[in-house]
Every structure is written in structure tokens, then in C-alpha cells.
Design a binder for this molecule. Sequence first.
Ligand code: MN
Length: 491
Amino acid sequence: MTETRMEAIFAAMRSRRPADIALISKAYKFAEEAHKSQKRFSGEPYFIHVFNTALILAELGQDAETIAAGLLHDTIEDVPVDPETIRAEFGEQVLFLVDGVTKLGKIKFLSRPGDHRVESLRKFFVAMASDIRVLVIKLADRLHNVRTLQYVSPEKRARIAMETIEVHARLAERFGMWHLKEELEDGAFQYAYPESFKRVTELLRDREREDQARLETMKVKLTEALKERGLENVEISYRMKALYSTYRKLLEKQMDLSSIYDLSALRVVVPTVEDCYKVLGIVHGLWTPLPGRVKDYVSTPKQNGYQSIHTDVFARDKSPVEIQIRTREMHIESEFGIAAHIAYSEAGKPKEGAKLNRKLHWVRQVLDWQRRVAESESHEFLENLKLDFFKHQIFVFTPKGDVIELPEGASAIDFAYAVHTKVGDMAAGAWVNGKYAGLDSVLKNGDIIEIHTRKGAKPSYGWLKFARTTNAKRKIRAGLVIHGVQQVPQP
Ligand code: MN
């Protein structure tokens, strides 16, 4: 058993250096021994949990230290093993990761929305800012806990499920790990909102069957057409929108299923960008596109870096179907986000990573490091990745817990314009962490900011002195013109 489980981890890893195998085997045996007298609520040995956490990390393409830390992540808290022992046996880095995950686990979330959520999110950000791998381990840990929620007591289960949706899934989303986000949400949904879960599942039951039959027919037809045109190496698949995302969308649309166009989609993954456009042409030759519904996020990526071409076409029975076309890199990027970048650097293929989207701030930072360490070993690249990840970037929060990313040195007025142009234009004052502060106050990582607006308030020339973002500066200038504010001559 031990052997086959360990093999499963190795098999999921993308690169298997002898030193990696040695580290993971050692961590495996250590964790198995440390947890040997503990059981999970399911009655299974506790070790099964840490094994699965490590397996998820291996599947996400994470490095050996991260997988080892996944195996060891509950030893300090639950056994307890002396941190010094971890340091001596596995080194400084593994201890750092295990310790980081242990600390994150201590942050208690209370199910009432509001301040507590902001507070826990804030602590999460500050804690993981030193090493993004801590977050990836925490999310893998949580994913396995969610998969085994049926064994937990009902009250505890509801709390964990709610927390997963409001905190963990939001973090996965923030870092582009869409696949993980959806798995976390869909696993937690039935325990967090049992009534809604039932309703949505019932609503979707017939629709799902119809959609799948329709998409299968389209898949066959498209496969044939692409082959005729000599397009090779294409993967066509179809997927239903994740359950919890569908529920959120239904809430927006007054529970009207027919107004959701992207409930299911045909996804075409091709080798090159050029192929994307070729496929688009072929698709429009086969089915009539809905006018005005082609979205080219390949040439103009979404704000969050997402790339794909989307088009809605009429299927034979006249129902609209969404078709998504993207390259393999875009696909991996959209499914795994930051985890994909760590994985690429791990596999020693920084060039693959470099081809990925450059829009996101953290991607730019990763690419920067890649340039600097282009000639060095990939473990040195990882050393760099571990340095303060958000060095020139801060994360601040709205009172509702939404995260706003700003450059270092940004002030409350930058925040106001980042929230909304109107909020900026009518800003009269700011409260930072519950205390009154000027619009010029410089923000720090983790601050919670509330902007007070006043009707009839206008932008001021003075704001340009402490606005740091181009977004705020541009909007202030535009606002000054619109509101006819005259510059007061300097004495
Ligand atoms: Mn755990």
C-alpha cells in the first residue's frame, strides 16, 4: 500500500530528480509514522489526508519541497512534532512552508459575513505574501477536507463549507487558479447552502442532458471539419458551467435558466494563436454566429489576464451555444493560474511560462525574475520566487472585503478611483482601519479603507500630487475638465 501510494505521487510529478524522490520518500515515511495513531472522522488513518494533500500538489505540478511540506503540513499542529526536528530533517525551506500553513490554519473565520471575513482575508494575504507556495498548500489541504466533508458534524460542516466559499475559493480566484476555485466551491456548495443546492441541481437536471447531447453532435461535426481543413493536434471537449458559478449567475438573473448563455460550452484547444482564428472561421462556416457575440480575448485579454476567443452560435435546433477557442498555454494558464507558473519554473521550462499572459501583475513579476535568473538553475529561480512576492504591490480591502491591488506608495485617492470613478470624483474623506485619515494618506498592505463621498464634491488639482496610479491621475484630470475646476495659480 505504502509503495503504491508513494508511486502515485511520483507518477503525478512532472520532473523526478533523485534528490526530489529522496526528499518526498523521507517526508512520506516521517508523516506516516507521526500520524500513525490518529484517525479522521471517516475512520480512515489520518495519514490519508496528508497523502491526498501531497497528491493534489503533485498534480498541480508543484516542486518537491512543496509536496514534502504537504505531507508534513499537520505534524506541528496535530502531533505535535518539534519544529526543530523538521528543520533538522528536511531543511529551512520545508519548515518555513509547514510553519506558514500551520499559522494560516490558526486564523479562525466566523461564519457571519462582515468584519471577520475581511480580517481573515487580510491575515491570509499578509501571511502568504512571503511565499505563495504556502497558499497553494493551504488550498490543497482545504480541497481534500472539502472532499471528505460528509464525515464531519453538521454544524462544523456548514462552517467549513461557508469559509471555503468565502475565503479559500476567493483566494484561488484571485490568483487565477480557476480549476481549484470551482472544485472548492462545488464541493462546499451542498453543505453551505443545502436548499439552493437542491434547487439548482433540480433545475439543471434536464437541461444538462439536452446540452450534452447537443454538444456531442457538434463536437463530432467540428472534429470532422477541422480534419478536412488539415488542422491537427486539436482537442475538443465540452463542459457544463460549474454548479456554484451557475447558482451565482442564476441569482443575478432572477433564477431564469434560459437567460444564461454560457451554461455549457464547447472548448477547442489548439497549438497556435493562428489556429485559434482559423478555427473561428471554420466554426462560423458550420453554424450561424449570434450577431455581436464574438469576444476576442486573445488579442485583448481580460483584466484578469484571461485569454480565449468566445463566440455564440446557433446550434441546429436554434439554441445558442458558446464556443471557446484557445491555445494550450492559454488553457493551462486559465485553469491553474499561479500554480501553473510555479510548475513551469519547476519543470525548468521558463520559456513556456514566458509565453503565458503578461497582463497580470504577478506574471510580470515572475517574468522579471525569469529574466534575471535565465542562466541559473530552476531552484535558484524558486529562491527568487520565495522573496517577498508582493514587493512593489500592496493589497488593501473595501469594508466588504473586496481586495484592491495598488502599487506601493498609493494613497486613499488611488483607492477611491480604483473602486469607482464616481467614488473618486465625490471623495470627501477616508477612513483607514476605522480611523479618519486624509485622502493623501499612504496605504499599507492589509489596510481596510472606507471612502466618504459628498454630493456636489469635485475633484481637486491638489490630488494629482499624491495620486500614484495612472488610473487615478487620468480620471482626476478628466474630472477636473468635466466639473470645470480651475487651477488655482500658485503664489
Ligand atoms: Mn490538513
